[in-house]
Structures are given as structure tokens and as C-alpha cells.
Design a protein around this ligand. Structure first.
Ligand code: ATP
Ligand code: MG
Length: 316
């Protein structure tokens, strides 16, 4: 991450902390915690996360618009990538917002997920390296994808086209540890393709009024896909986004979601942050745009939690 900007003073704080606490086993203190955080910002590559046993494919879905699907996809993907894992993002939304945030060209005509779904090109042909990290690849979405919901209807094995593309040898050229699929805000054929291709569903939930509205429909759709198309699919991860600590409502929603989904809900909550919303305007993730910000830290933490839980579950 050569282009990262570092918050001023972070390097000094690491040094101060190292001098103050030279040996291991000294009690955990706020300055050490801060030092660890600074290290993560300055040298995220030293925070190597565990690689999963086998490739994890996560579909990021919620048919409700604007809940943080794309923001979470790109920042979690970048969070895993800067912490040493290889990640592929598939932009499955014709708006192409994930491609934008990852600095990947998605003008009409560039090789994209559209041609992949049509079976014309492979994932490796369409994938571009993100400007955010050499470990991070993105298959962009162009506006051509907008017509595909209709075009796909008449195709053979229409629900399994993305799964097929992800299975092929082509993806071995990239050999990602993680694949994230960013879905559009609908439960149409594109989202179904994403659910058939994945092992896990990650549902971002915005800490707002009516947060749980529509979730029943999403969960029923996931059950249908489980029953008929992909028995291995499960909701592995709930991520609370746009949390505003100043409001009572945010805590109510958080408690309600944790009550409902229990330990599937990540401990890390993503705060509402201007930096997070500004970053895509610069073609960046928040990790690159403002690495020391709360938003950036929260996505690094969430990525770590996802990686570590994946490994814990396997051994449990
Ligand atoms: P769509 O359903 O349209 O695909 P989405 O679920 O992908 O939307 P995003 O595009 O990620 O949602 O986010 C919606 C808007 O909220 C964007 O403008 C984004 O920048 C902003 N946003 C997302 N997360 C945060 C956050 N934690 N703090 C502040 N703004 C945020
Ligand atoms: Mg989106």
C-alpha cells in the first residue's frame, strides 16, 4: 500500500510505546492499544490474518437500498487484502459502485461481469487489480449489466452462471482466499446467481428506523435458494453499519439485531462517518483515503473478525 497516507504522529507513538513497555507481559494499557492500532495503520501487512482452509465466497446482500452493501464489500475486501489475504470482489450491481471505490474502470465496453455471465470470457479475463492493494482484484460491472436480469431469463442454467464462472480453472490464476459479491438492491436473478455461487451470506444492516423491515423476505429467499439450488448456503455474518452513538435508536436497533441473530452479528460495528462516505468520490476505500480514521479502523477490525471467526468455526 505504497500510496497510503499516515496520520501524523502515529510512528512516534509506536516508538514511545515500545520504549515505555520494552518487555512482554506488562499489563495491557491504553498507550499499548494505541500503539497496536498505529502499527496496524502504518504496517497493516504485519498483521497477517489467518488464511481460510478453503476459499470463502461471501455474498453481500440486502434488497433494501443504501444500507452499506457496497461500502462494506469494498472496505472489508481491502481490510483483508492489506492484512495479507488475497481477495476478489465481484461487482454485480450495474451501478458499478464497488468498481468505482476500488479504482477499477467500468465504462461500457471494458471486460466485465456481464460478459462473464454470458459465458463469453472468464473471471480472470475480466478481473483487474485494484489500485487499493496488489492483493485485491475486482471484476467490474458496467451498465450493460442492467439488461442482464431479462437476458438471463432465457438462458440455460440461468441461476448458476456465476457459480460456473467461479468454478472454472480461470479463477485459479488469481487464487483468492476470499471472494466478495456485491449485490444490487433487489432479489432478482443477479442476486440469486450470487447466492448460488456463494457459501455464505453477509447481511449489512443499517442502524436506522425500519432496519429489520424486509429482512424476512430476504431470509425466505435465502431459504428458497438453500432448498432448491444451493444447500450449502448459510447466513454467516451480520454487520451493523452507519451506527450513530449519539442516538438511542442506534442502540435499540443494535440490541434488536443481536437479539435476533445472536453471535452471527459481528462485535465490530461500523460507525456513521463522513470519511467513509467521501472515499468512493476519490476512487478509494476508506482504508486508503484516511487510514487512521474510525471508519477505516472499524473495517480493519471487522475484516479481522471475519477472518478469525472463519478459522475458529472450522476448528470448533
Ligand atoms: P445500494 O442498495 O444502492 O447498492 P448499498 O447498500 O450498496 O446501496 P452503499 O452504497 O454502501 O449502500 O451506501 C449508501 C450510502 O451511504 C453511500 O452514499 C455511502 O457512501 C453511505 N455510507 C455507507 N456507509 C456509511 C457510513 N458508515 N457512514 C457514512 N456514510 C455511509
Ligand atoms: Mg451498492
Amino acid at each position: 500500500m505504497g500510496s497510503m497516507r499516515f496520520p501524523s504522529g502515529a510512528e512516534e507513538r509506536v516508538q514511545q510505546a515500545n520504549e515505555a513497555f520494552p518487555a512482554d507481559g506488562v499489563g495491557w494499557t491504553p498507550i499499548m492499544e494505541e500503539a497496536q492500532r498505529a502499527t496496524r495503520v502504518l504496517h497493516p501487512e504485519t498483521m497477517q490474518l489467518p488464511r481460510p482452509d478453503r476459499r470463502r465466497i461471501l455474498t453481500v446482500a440486502n434488497q433494501k437500498g443504501g444500507v452499506g452493501k457496497t461500502t462494506s464489500t469494498v472496505n472489508l475486501a481491502a481490510g483483508l487484502a492489506v492484512q495479507g489475504l488475497k481477495v476478489l470482489v465481484i461487482d454485480l450491481d450495474p451501478q458499478g459502485n464497488a468498481s468505482t471505490a476500488l479504482g477499477v474502470d467500468h465504462r461500457s465496453g471494458v471486460p466485465s461481469v456481464y460478459e462473464v455471465l454470458l459465458g463469453e470470457i472468464s473471471i480472470a479475463d475480466a478481473a483487474a487489480v485494484s489500485t487499493e492493494s496488489p492483493n485485491l482484484y475486482c471484476v467490474p460491472a458496467t451498465l450493460d449489466l442492467a439488461g442482464s436480469e431479462i437476458e438471463l431469463v432465457s438462458m440455460v442454467a440461468r441461476e448458476g452462471r456465476l457459480k460456473e464462472a467461479l468454478k472454472s480453472d480461470a479463477i485459479e490464476q488469481i487464487a483468492p482466499d476470499y471472494v466478495f459479491i456485491d449485490c444490487p438492491p433487489s432479489l432478482g436473478l443477479l442476486t440469486v446467481n450470487a447466492m448460488v455461487a456463494a457459501h455464505e451470506v453477509l447481511i449489512p444492516i443499517q442502524c436506522e428506523y425500519y432496519a429489520l423491515e424486509g429482512l424476512g423476505q430476504l431470509l425466505r429467499n435465502i431459504e428458497l435458494v438453500q432448498a432448491h439450488l444451493n444447500p450449502a448456503l448459510w447466513v454467516s455474518t451480520i454487520l451493523l453499519t452507519m451506527y450513530d452513538g449519539r442516538t438511542k435508536l442506534a442502540d435499540q436497533v443494535t440490541n434488536e439485531v443481536r437479539g435476533h441473530f445472536g453471535e452471527l452479528t459481528l462485535r465490530t460495528v461500523i460507525p456513521r462517518s463522513v470519511k467513509i462516505s467521501e472515499a468512493p468520490g476519490f476512487g478509494k476505500t476508506v482504508l486508503n483515503y484516511d487510514p487512521g480514521s474510525r471508519g477505516s479502523m472499524s473495517y480493519l477490525d471487522a475484516a479481522k473478525e471475519i477472518a478469525e471467526r472463519g478459522v475458529e468455526r472450522k476448528t470448533a
